[in-house]
Design a protein. Structure first.
Length: 255
């Protein structure tokens, strides 16, 4: 059996309601068309939210079920933060380390939830190690979530394209309110804490995308850099380039 090819991970990260899932859906569709003549170029899509599909509805928090119209009668948790839900929304408004009275909220996983997420992330690394390309819809709110993903990718030896999504605060909050399935304040808080540090080793390509760029243009930009990456084991793009709405940068790690 031949050695697996060096896989590629496209990591899309950004705050809640920045448009990560919308971009990933369009990008995955484009990647499928792109690999039609060469299955070795295929990408599988994975997501931070995948753990929700493994959680029985009774383990979801009451706050989430209220937002999504779920079954409150079958919910194991009788009140918020009683330890029976796999995650909770924590209201950070007015916290000591926050200098604002605007609504702020963060996602907090239970011990079991953290354990499952760690295993899920390690599994992504194993897929990459076996040579499977991944499109990763990430939400790196916590430093240890980012550290776990960085370690998994490093062990796999995969090449990485980081897609960092940003969005102005007013637009984030408009989207959060419009979608209706996110606890109020998640967008504002996560915009300030989601880790923007590169995930990967060696030469790491970082593509920054904001709300002024259309989904089609964002997809085309990522595919352009993917073509360059697949053409060579080492990324040859250097320096820093700025255009309207997005910028790209190649970062070289010294260790």
């Amino acid at each position: 059996m031949s050695s697996p090819r060096r896989a590629i991970a496209i990591v899309v990260n950004g705050p809640s309601s920045a448009g990560k899932s919308t971009l990933c859906t369009a990008l995955h569709r484009a990647l499928v068309r792109r690999c039609a003549t060469d299955p070795r170029l295929a990408f599988f899509r994975v997501s931070f939210d995948d753990f929700l599909y493994a959680v029985h509805p009774s383990m979801l928090p009451r706050s989430f079920l209220e937002l999504t119209g779920g079954d409150l009668e079958g919910c194991a948790s009788r009140e918020p933060h009683d330890g029976l839900a796999c995650f909770e929304y924590v209201d950070m408004t007015g916290a000591d380390d926050e200098d604002t009275t605007d609504r702020l909220a963060r996602l907090e996983l239970s011990e079991a939830g953290e354990r499952f997420l760690k295993g899920q992330t390690a599994g992504w690394g194993k897929h990459l190690e076996l040579g499977t390309n991944l499109l990763i819809d990430a939400f790196l709110q916590e430093k240890h979530w980012a550290d776990d993903l960085r370690e998994a990718i490093h062990i796999s030896g995969a090449k990485v394209i980081n897609v960092v999504m940003t969005c102005n605060q007013a637009e984030l909050e408009r989207r959060e309110k419009q979608r209706g399935d996110r606890f109020p304040g998640m967008a504002r808080h996560s915009a300030g804490v989601v880790r923007r540090c590169p995930i990967g080793q060696d030469s790491v390509l970082v593509v920054y995308i904001d709300e002024t760029i259309s989904t089609d243009d964002a997809v085309n930009s990522i595919l352009h850099h993917l073509d360059k990456m697949e053409a060579s084991v080492n990324i040859t793009l250097t320096g820093f380039r700025t255009t309207t709405g997005f910028r790209t940068q190649t970062l070289t790690h010294s260790s």
